[in-house]
Design a protein around this ligand. Structure first.
Ligand code: ADP
Length: 355
C-alpha cells in the first residue's frame, strides 16, 4: 500500500509520497512488483510528463510516520491535468492495487468518481484546514530550518533569509495564498478558526498577468515582474502631493492608487509588459498584506505566517509582505515564511490516514 497524500486545489495538485526506508522483505507477488515500479518511477525522476514536477530541494529524509522511517517526496502538477495524471497512474498499474489515497482540497470531492473509475482508488477525504495545520506542525517539528523571516527586506545588499525558532508558535495567524486566500487564527495545536479570506489571491495575480502581458505561466509572470517597475503604472503619493503627505506620515513613494496612471493614453503607451507584471504583483501582494494586518490587529496576534504556492519562487512578494507588516505595525508584527510553502495540506492528510 503506497502512502500518498494529495491536496487537490483550484490551480495545483500537490502530491506527497512517503517512501519507507526498509522495503518489506516479502516483495514477491505481482502486486508488489507494480508497487516497486511505481516507487522507482516516482523517486528516480523529477519530471513526470510535461507538467508534473518533483521539488527535490524540499525532500525530507529519515522522517517517521506511524513508527516507520522513510523519505517524504513532494510532487506537484496543474489540477487541469488531472485526466492525464489518472491515465498515467492507470498505465503504471495503479488500478491493480486496491488502494485508498488520502485527499484534501476541493478536488477530493470534484474528482472522487474519476479516481474510482480510472484507477480503482478510494479517496479518504480530510478537511483542508485540519490537514494544513497538522502538516505544518509536523514539518516544522521535523525540519530545523523550516521557518524563516526576511531581514532588511528593502535593502538588496543586506536583505537575507534568517531562520526563526517557531517551537513555541501560539497564537499565530496563517495567511494561505493559493488561488484565493484564507486567513486562519491558530490558538493551539487543535484550536483554530477561519477568520477571513479574499478571492483576490494567487489566481488573480496569474489571471491578470496573463491578460495584461500575454504571458502563459506563473514562472514567466514572476520573471517579467522581476524586471519591471510598478511606479510606471501606479499613482504614488508624490504624483499627487509632489512629495510626502507629511501630516499623516505617508511617504512620497507609497502607492496611492494601484494602476492609477493607466487612465492616461500617453502613460499606457510607455509602459512595458514587465512594468505591468510588477504592478499586478505589487497590487495583489499589498492587498493581501493589509488584510493580514487587519486580521492580526483584530485577533491581537503578532506573528503572521504566510504560506501557499503564490509564494513559490516569489521573493518579491515575500519581501513586500515582510516590509509592509513591519512598517505599518511599527515593528510590532512579524511576517514569517515556511520552506514547504504549498505542501502542508497534502502532508497533513497523509498523517491522518488509518489503514
Ligand atoms: P490551490 O490549492 O488553490 O491550487 P496553491 O497554494 O497551490 O493553491 O497556489 C496556487 C497559486 O500558486 C497560483 O494561483 C499561482 O499564483 C501560484 N503558482 C505557483 N507556481 C505555479 C505553477 N507552476 N502553476 C500555476 N500556478 C502557480
Amino acid at each position: 500500500m503506497p502512502w500518498f497524500g494529495m491536496d487537490i486545489g483550484g490551480t495545483l495538485c500537490k502530491l506527497v509520497y512517503f517512501e519507507p526506508k526498509d522495503i518489506p522483505k516479502c516483495e514477491m507477488t505481482s502486486e508488489v512488483e507494480t508497487l516497486k515500479n511505481i516507487r522507482r518511477y516516482l523517486t528516480k525522476n523529477s519530471a513526470y510528463g510535461k507538467t508534473g514536477h518533483r521539488d527535490t530541494h524540499l525532500q525530507m529524509d529519515n522522517v517517521i510516520i506511524r513508527g516507520i522511517t522513510g523519505t517524504l517526496h513532494f510532487i506537484r502538477f496543474p489540477t487541469s491535468e488531472m485526466k492525464n495524471f489518472l491515465a498515467l497512474a492507470k498505465y503504471k498499474g495503479m488500478a491493480t492495487l486496491v488502494t485508498t489515497v488520502c485527499a484534501t482540497g476541493g478536488g477530493a470531492y470534484k474528482f472522487e468518481e474519476d479516481f474510482k473509475r480510472e484507477v480503482n482508488m478510494k479517496l479518504a477525504k480530510f478537511d483542508e484546514f485540519d490537514s494544513l495545520l497538522k502538516g505544518l506542525q509536523y514539518i516544522d517539528k521535523n525540519n530545523p530550518t523550516e521557518c524563516y523571516y526576511w531581514a532588511n527586506p528593502t535593502d538588496e545588499s543586506k536583505c537575507a533569509k534568517v531562520k526563526y525558532d517557531f517551537s513555541r508558535p501560539y497564537p499565530f495567524l496563517i495567511v494561505n495564498i493559493g488561488s484565493g486566500v484564507s486567513v486562519l487564527a491558530v490558538y493551539s495545536a487543535t484550536n483554530y478558526k477561519r477568520i477571513s479570506g479574499t478571492s483576490i489571491g494567487g489566481g488573480t495575480f496569474l489571471g491578470l498577468c496573463c491578460l495584461l502581458t500575454g504571458c502563459n505561466t506563473f514562472e514567466e509572470a514572476i520573471e517579467l515582474a522581476a524586471e519591471g517597475d510598478h511606479t510606471h503604472v501606479d499613482k504614488l503619493v508624490r504624483d499627487i502631493y509632489g512629495g510626502d503627505y507629511e501630516r499623516f506620515g505617508l511617504p512620497g513613494d507609497l502607492v496611492a492608487s494601484s494602476f492609477g496612471q493607466m487612465n492616461s493614453r500617453e502613460r499606457r503607451s510607455k509602459v512595458s509588459r514587465q512594468d505591468l507584471a510588477r504592478a499586478t504583483l505589487v497590487t495583489i501582494t499589498n492587498n493581501i498584506g493589509s488584510i493580514a494586518r487587519m486580521c492580526a490587529i483584530q485577533e491581537k496576534i503578532e506573528r503572521v505566517v504566510f504560506i501557499g504556492n503564490f509564494l513559490r519562487v516569489n521573493p518579491i512578494a515575500m519581501k513586500l509582505l515582510a516590509y509592509a507588516m513591519d512598517y505599518w505595525s511599527k515593528g510590532t508584527m512579524k511576517a514569517l515564511f515556511l520552506e514547504h510553502e504549498g505542501y502542508f495540506g497534502a502532508v497533513g492528510c497523509l498523517l491522518q490516514f488509518h489503514e
